[in-house]
Design a protein around this ligand. Structure first.
Ligand code: ATP
Length: 384
């Protein structure tokens, strides 16, 4: 997971000082009686790679289309560099959108596709030729300029669409599921290339995706949407390690969740009596209402399993949470193995154990008694 630390530092420092490049305030969009975007506010900063992530139908594309000017909001404000652009037509906005299906002109060559928007702007022929050549080099399509889209692979078509969008030098590039049509391997290499390109050009990108790995790979910050609202906006690590709610914890990555109530507190730690996993110790959460029914969430890779548990256990639950059980299922993934442990309480816990060395067999077998253990600092206490 690359978080581009220098860029983030610069952005965090800049964020306090600068006017955001794009400020969205209380934006609402209804389709008939259905509220697709609900009082949504968001700031996007110059040079940021921002990802909108969320389940199907949560409103990601509608929000992107409103930024582009293809949809008109019912209420709310949109400021670009402090200027209201809510009523500007798409071509009056300094943005460009790359569509999911690329929307290339099938009868035009690659060069013709890239040149199309530049011609409409009235650019001189010689200048257009230069820009097209630059764009072809930028997306590594030199030599393919005379081909038509149907003579290209899916990955190459995607690059043409990208080149066509970038040729107009938009202040913000809007990308709607740009990698959806590519297979897994190509998608991963294209994500890296897109990120390199964004850094090289120092442009602002907003990408819509429902693929969390993709969002984590490319984005400086991710906005997780649900039902037309932003549930959390944060850098990838914060989203994963400090989700704001149970819903976010479960949406971003895999997680074990146990419902429980706080029953004790000591030395910055709380103990929760859970319904399915007994007593679990966790760090005191900064901002949850401890009188409510809460939950403890633990990522599977934070859980270790062994035959008897940690040797240096200080006794009780002082250093570790230890949950005894039986291996119920084993899923070999190559880089890791997922062990499902049926706890003595009856609940099932998933532990993701890294296959850091080459082993000819699994470390544990189905039916074996084990102890699953994890430290309190790795437990996330969340509201329901
Ligand atoms: P997906 O990941 O499936 O593309 P999304 O998060 O991009 O989903 P949107 O396309 O923004 O979701 O749609 C949000 C909601 O608004 C959906 O319930 C959708 O059916 C509805 N919607 C979108 N466009 C229209 C429209 N033109 N008329 C009526 N309803 C619409």
């Amino acid at each position: 997971m690359d978080e581009h630390p220098q860029k983030q530092e610069a952005m965090q420092a800049g964020a306090a000082l600068d006017t955001p490049l794009l400020r969205i305030s209380s934006l609402t969009k209804r389709f008939g009686g259905y509220v697709a975007i609900d009082q949504l506010s968001l700031d996007i900063h110059a040079g940021e790679f921002f990802a909108l992530l969320g389940p199907s139908g949560c409103g990601k594309t509608t929000l992107l289309r409103m930024i582009a000017g293809f949809e008109t909001p019912d209420s709310g404000e949109m400021l670009f560099n402090g200027e209201n652009i809510a009523s500007a037509l798409p071509h009056q906005r300094p943005f460009n959108m790359m569509f999911q299906n690329y929307a290339l002109f099938p009868h035009l060559t690659v060069e013709g596709n890239i040149a199309f928007g530049l011609k409409r702007l009235g650019m001189q022929k010689a200048d257009i030729k230069d820009v097209v050549a630059q764009m072809l080099a930028l997306v590594q399509l030199d030599g393919l300029g005379k081909r038509r889209p149907d003579q290209l692979s899916g990955g190459q078509r995607q690059r043409v669409a990208l080149a066509r969008s970038l040729a107009l030098r938009p202040k913000i590039l809007l990308l709607d599921e740009p990698m959806a049509a590519l297979d897994k391997k190509l998608r991963e290499s294209t994500q890296r290339e897109l990120l390199e390109l964004q850094r090289k050009l120092n442009m602002t990108f907003i990408i819509v995706t429902h693929d969390q790995d993709e969002a984590m790979t490319v984005a400086d910050r991710i906005g997780v949407m649900d039902h037309g609202r932003l549930e959390q906006v944060a850098p990838p690590r914060q989203l994963y390690e400090a989700p704001r709610s149970r819903w976010i914890a479960e949406f971003v990555g895999d997680v074990n969740v146990f419902d429980g109530k706080v029953t004790g507190e000591e030395n910055g730690r709380v103990t929760l009596e859970t319904r399915d996993a007994g007593v679990i110790a966790a760090l005191k959460p900064p901002s949850v209402d401890e009188s409510k029914m809460l939950c403890v969430a633990i990522r599977p890779e934070k859980i270790k399993i062994s035959q008897y548990g940690p040797v240096n256990d200080l006794g009780g639950n002082a250093a570790f949470n230890r949950l005894p059980g039986v291996v119920a299922d084993i899923g070999y993934l190559g880089n890791a193995t997922i062990y499902s442990v049926r706890l003595d309480t009856g609940a099932v816990l998933r532990a993701n154990v890294s296959n850091a060395t080459r082993l000819d067999t699994d470390s544990y077998h189905v039916g074996q008694r084990v102890v699953a253990w994890f430290v309190p600092a790795d437990c996330m206490v969340l509201e329901q």
